[in-house]
Design a binder for this molecule. Structure first.
Ligand SMILES: CC(C)(COP(=O)(O)OP(=O)(O)OC[C@H]1O[C@@H](n2cnc3c(N)ncnc32)[C@H](O)[C@@H]1OP(=O)(O)O)[C@@H](O)C(=O)NCCC(=O)NCCS
Length: 147
């Protein structure tokens, strides 16, 4: 049995890890993202011994440059440093993909950091276009996959 447990969490519960792991230059109150409060958005938390150590979000959003109406964005997937490499990232991503598919999604996409696109590629995502720079976050690729 996995040592991690997945549970749906509120947008607010993602903020601390979003800031610590993805946006260290921003403040906690800036961690609210578009789509966070949509009724069909899923925020998933990965818990180890009841402590939140991983997060991820899936919400409806068209992929830039594509007209597929049933597109879902995977956002803010992150695992706390000491807990990486034990399968939680995969558990979070799979649950988010399941949610998007069960909600009628046909396509999933993400803005992946240069350090993490390999993670998405591992699960069948492809890169699209040239890398682009997010101010103070660094280079990103758009990655996408069919559902
Ligand atoms: C990317 C991240 C979520 C992976 O979490 P994790 O819990 O370490 O991932 P897992 O242990 O479930 O790894 C699953 C598989 O992906 C692979 N993988 C993980 N990170 C990878 C990377 N950066 N590049 C290539 N492969 C990677 C692992 O080798 C593993 O493969 P295996 O099953 O064949 O051994 C984590 O490293 C992280 O939080 N990174 C910083 C935040 C980030 O950049 N998030 C992405 C936002 S766009």
């Amino acid at each position: 049995m996995s040592e991690f447990e997945l549970r749906a969490i509120t947008p607010g519960e993602t903020y601390e890890l979003r800031r610590a792991l993805l946006r260290p230059h921003q403040r906690v109150h800036e961690m609210t993202w578009a789509g966070d409060d949509a009724p069909d958005t899923l925020h998933i938390g990965g818990f180890r011994e009841d402590r939140l150590v991983g997060i991820g979000t899936a919400h409806r959003q068209p992929m830039p440059g594509l007209s597929e109406p049933q597109a879902w964005r995977i956002r803010g997937v992150a695992v706390d440093h000491g807990h990486r490499g034990y399968g939680l990232g995969e558990m979070l991503l799979r649950r988010l993909l399941e949610h998007a598919a069960a909600s009628g999604g046909r396509l999933v996409w993400a803005n992946a950091t240069a350090a993490s696109y390999g993670f998405f590629e591992h699960y069948g995502f492809a890169r699209r276009g040239d890398p682009f720079e997010l101010p103070e976050v660094g280079p990103h690729y758009v990655v996408y996959a069919g559902l």
